[in-house]
Every structure is written in structure tokens, then in C-alpha cells.
Design a protein around this ligand. Structure first.
Ligand SMILES: Nc1ncnc2c1ncn2[C@@H]1O[C@H](COP(=O)(O)OP(=O)(O)OP(=O)(O)O)[C@@H](O)[C@H]1O
Ligand SMILES: CC(C)(CO)[C@@H](O)C(=O)NCCC(=O)O
Ligand SMILES: [K+]
Length: 259
């Protein structure tokens, strides 16, 4: 069985893939100082709670935070006796090489989203991922990542407002009842919610105009369903796209090894 680990700047998600389905998905905050033993204590407690007895033989990691990879490698080696594949390392092959400026280190999460999205939806896509950052990944007709956009994440924007303005409280993002807010919280939610609807619409329209071929838009990440309530932002929402992409890349490497 495969343990797929998606480590973002805010959260780290573990999923166990039995070859047909994900048996469980576990989430923790990303913290570079967490040791291999601490990961295992947390992991084994939760899988016992869910009554799962996985036989993990393989581990694949995508990490946007380079420092956490060391402890995750020790975790894979010590508890599952395996050398993990790490997306972005030269020995981890991608189904399609990215076409970007020389020297660009594309975020592994974006490469993984690209692989997952191409496998499920084919080419000519914009993948919009609402994580710590809001990213736009353009997937070409042949499945290659060919660029995109990086905007501040929704929660980051709300946090920045709260941090910078003495009178603005901490609020969670939600769709406000009206666009014209009649209290501070509604005003902040209106600005951020409708602001991001405009941002996503605007960037996707401009990408489409520049790309000059019909494209479909796939939304993913924790906040995609919320933003789908705003307007027809996406052709589809795919909430486990990153995890699916990790299984696609793992499979691709296994097939290459077998040849
Ligand atoms: N209505 C909501 N308001 C605030 N946060 C929400 C809401 N719905 C989901 N979320 C948050 O979305 C997040 C899940 O998003 P996702 O895993 O895509 O990104 P992330 O963990 O924030 O970022 P990264 O992957 O970069 O670490 C969770 O932290 C969850 O709390
Ligand atoms: C943009 C983030 C932070 C989104 O998680 C990540 O993909 C990243 O660190 N990217 C590196 C730069 C790039 O993708 O071009
Ligand atoms: K993510």
C-alpha cells in the first residue's frame, strides 16, 4: 500500500491508497521540527482509531516546505522500511516535464496537481488551488505544466487585514449575506469573498485569452466549494486532486522502474 503525503505551508495531509481507493485521510499542521517519532505516534493513534491495519510498502512525498522532508524520510525509513519518492527530486520522474523558464523550481504541489488533473480531466486546463496561496496551474494539451499564477491565499489575506489594521478582527472566510456589508465583519467578508471571486474570474479569463484554445477550469483545495457558491467559477471541483496526483506520479515511477 502507498502512503501519500502532501505537505503544504499550512497543513500536511497523509492518505493511504490501497490501489483502488483511499482508506483514510489524516491532516496535521505543517511543522518542520516534528520528528519521525512524533509523526508515527500521531499516525498510529489515528489509524487505530479508524480500525485500519495498512501494510505500507511505499511512501511518496510532495512538500512545499523543504525542511520537513528530512524527518518524513526518517519516518518512512524507520517505520515502513522504505525510501520515499520525493516529488521535485531528479530521481522522481514526472509523466510530463514542465515547460518553464530555465532554473525555475515549480512548487511540487503544482506539479502534482498537474499530473492528477491531466489523468482525470485531460489537457488544456486551469487548475485553481485554494491553499496557503491561491495558485493557477496551466496544464497544456499534452499534460505538461506550462505556467500559471500565484496569488495570496484567502485565509492569508484575511489574516493580513487583521494584523495590519487595529480595528479589524480575526474572521473566517464565508459568503456574506449581501455585497454591501452593514457591519465590520460582513464588510471584511464581502471584500475578501467577492474580491476572490473577481480575482479567480479575472485571472482565468486572461489566461484563456492568452492561451488561445478552449480550456476547462478545475477547482481544488479546502475553499473551492465555498467559492463555487459565488458564481460559475469552475467547470468542475475535484477535492482530492493533489492526492490523486501523488498516486499517478507514484504509478508512473513504478512502471518506469519495471521497464
Ligand atoms: N469555510 C472555511 N473557512 C475557513 N477555512 C476553511 C473553510 N473551509 C475549509 N477551510 C480550510 O481549508 C483548508 C484546507 O485547504 P487546503 O488543504 O487546500 O489548504 P491549506 O491546508 O490551507 O494550505 P496548504 O495546502 O498550502 O498547507 C483547511 O485548513 C480548512 O480549515
Ligand atoms: C506557491 C506555493 C506556495 C503553493 O503551495 C508552492 O507551489 C510553491 O512554493 N511554489 C514555488 C514557486 C512556483 O511554483 O513557481
Ligand atoms: K494544498
Amino acid at each position: 500500500m502507498l502512503l501519500a503525503i502532501d505537505c503544504g505551508n499550512t497543513n500536511t495531509v497523509f492518505s493511504i491508497w490501497d490501489g483502488k481507493e483511499f482508506l483514510c485521510t489524516l491532516r496535521t499542521s505543517t511543522h518542520h521540527a516534528r520528528t519521525a517519532d512524533a509523526y508515527f505516534t500521531w499516525f498510529s493513534t489515528l489509524i487505530n482509531h479508524y480500525g485500519i491495519k495498512p501494510d505500507i510498502t511505499d511512501v511518496i512525498i510532495s512538500s512545499t516546505v523543504p525542511r520537513v522532508v528530512f524527518n518524513l524520510r526518517v519516518f518512512a525509513d524507520r517505520f515502513f522500511g522504505c525510501r520515499p519518492m520525493v516529488v521535485g527530486k531528479p530521481e522522481c520522474l514526472l509523466p510530463h516535464a514542465p515547460r518553464v523558464d530555465p532554473g525555475t523550481q515549480v512548487g511540487p504541489d503544482r506539479l502534482v496537481n498537474t499530473a492528477g488533473a491531466f489523468d482525470r480531466h485531460g489537457g488544456d486546463l486551469i487548475v485553481v488551488d485554494f491553499g496557503t496561496a491561491t495558485t493557477f496551474d496551466v496544464v497544456a494539451h499534452d499534460g505538461a505544466y506550462v505556467g500559471g499564477g500565484i496569488a495570496p491565499g484567502v485565509n492569508l489575506s484575511l489574516e493580513a487585514l487583521h494584523m495590519a489594521a487595529a480595528a479589524l478582527p480575526h474572521v473566517d472566510v464565508t459568503k456574506p449575506p449581501k455585497v454591501i456589508g452593514t457591519n465590520t465583519v460582513d464588510c471584511m467578508q464581502s471584500g475578501v469573498f467577492w474580491g476572490y471571486v473577481g480575482l479567480v474570474n479575472g485571472i482565468c479569463a486572461r489566461i484563456r485569452a492568452e492561451y488561445e484554445r478552449p480550456m476547462r477550469i478545475i477547482g481544488t483545495g479546502g475553499l473551492a466549494p465555498l467559492f463555487a457558491q459565488g458564481e460559475m467559477l469552475f467547470d468542475e471541483i475535484d477535492d482530492d486532486l493533489t492526492m490523486h496526483g501523488l498516486t499517478v506520479i507514484h504509478d508512473h515511477n513504478k512502471k518506469a522502474e519495471a521497464q
